[in-house]
Ligand binder design. Sequence first.
Ligand SMILES: Nc1ncnc2c1ncn2[C@@H]1O[C@H](COP(=O)(O)OP(=O)(O)OP(=O)(O)O)[C@@H](O)[C@H]1O
Length: 530
Amino acid sequence: MQTNQPEQLPAVATPGQAASFSPRNFAMLMLTSLLTSPGPTWDLLRFLIIGGFAELIRRFLMFVWSKLENQFWITATLEEWDRSYYWMMMWLSKRPEWTRARELSISTQSFGVGDIASLVEGEEDGNDQNKIRFLPSHDRTASLWYRGHYVRLSRSRVTEGMWTKQVLTMRILARDHKIINQLLLDAKGAWTVAKAESIFIYASDTRNEPEWHLVASRPKRPLSSIILDTGIKEKILDDARDFLDSKKWYTERGIPFRRGYLLYGAPGTGKTSIIHSLAGELGLDVYIISLSRSNLDDSVLQQLISDLPEKCIALMEDIDAAFHHSLNRETEKPEGTAAAENKEEGSKITLSGLLNALDGVGAQEGRLLFATTNRYEALDHALRRPGRMDVHVEFKLASQYQAGELFKRFYKPEKASPKKLLGAAVADGGESGKDSGYVTPSEERLVDIELPEDEKPLPSHEKKPYTTELVRLSEEFKAHIPDREISMAALQGYLMMHKGRPGDAIDGVEAWVQKEKARREKEVKSTVES
Ligand SMILES: Nc1ncnc2c1ncn2[C@@H]1O[C@H](COP(=O)(O)OP(=O)(O)OP(=O)(O)O)[C@@H](O)[C@H]1O
């Protein structure tokens, strides 16, 4: 059979046919002879042509099928790190379907909102941080009904560079697009309710594409728990509120709608704490920009700042630390010094890069920037100037007033149940002394309701010194604290050593203060020397 092939081929170009030769005739002739002639080579070619044709038909049918499917299914893909992913995962974790599912994933993740877990049957409620949730399994398709629509869900892991992220794909059998909006709104609504009790903290991932990731959620810290001298926290809060309400005012005057706060002063005086507390009070998320990160450079910083959401708190802690010893254009460290070496290993951002990122064209509007530093004088004037840092607030070491308030807060009794508080005005009104949260003697007398036997007040000799006595003890305590020499963090640390024992805290305070002063002096001396 093989010997026949060479004899057939020349027939294509016989002199008689040469007159009607055209590329089309030639191709047809070749195709006909291929499909009809015998032999293994021709069999193979035939197979390839028929197979190719079949593949073409398959693809066409797939195309038609996907077009048809698209008419009836709405598909949405949600990627981890995006907020919508967390809304949906939290919403899904509360769906009853998973309690009956035969195949499911178990998670103790909180999806940013720690205290809203749907409890697994049999689990006791309480302060357990690891509440269990059921979720659809990875790489399996799960289904549920939502408002009369059939929904198919699949979770998968996608690897991009060094990171693996989860992707949730939702397909809803519906023609009207509104249903997906409704589902997202429901999920977002449930999440927002839970979020009302928390603040969300985002940090940047600069290893791959620079982008923001949700890294933690914290319970809101009441502003009254931050003890500062009269009026300071109210001043910051009012200013921030006023700014957030003034977008139109800024736009009309052509002033960039941004506000910067520089909180400076000794370590442990409440700079970071007040920022988190304000975030809770204003309902804003916190975006932490760590300027000292080794892989942060000017362009990455610029992108991160321009990617901030419209209303948020951008937090730059220890803003001076990014530039080794000083954030000052004039200060150049000689080659080979420890500082110069530090720069090699540390942040690659420059002062002009930071200034550009803060108020260049790409800088986000509407954001509140909070920067903290322990070294106000080391900051370049360009960075401190209004427009970049509009409000400068000094945080000083503890005054006697602050020490006394901290003492009262620390030893105040556990919050009484609402029933016990009926008729008792527990005032909470700022530095006037009302914001300490403890019950003053006159208020105490107002409690005059019939309590169940097991909740009856203790006889006076068993009563803990929490009211008038607490005030007296706090006066005694603060008398031992020298004004502006000890940080609030150090005072808090000392009281922690005497948790539940205010008397012991007073007895040991004098000796502790002397030790603390000596430690601080040593610390200051070694800083000056270095
Ligand atoms: N004014 C304050 N009122 C109540 N608690 C305070 C105050 N200052 C500090 N603390 C407590 O001390 C600890 C440290 O405070 P924080 O981190 O806010 O200080 P900081 O000024 O940011 O310090 P650093 O400059 O070292 O970052 C926290 O646990 C906080 O509760």
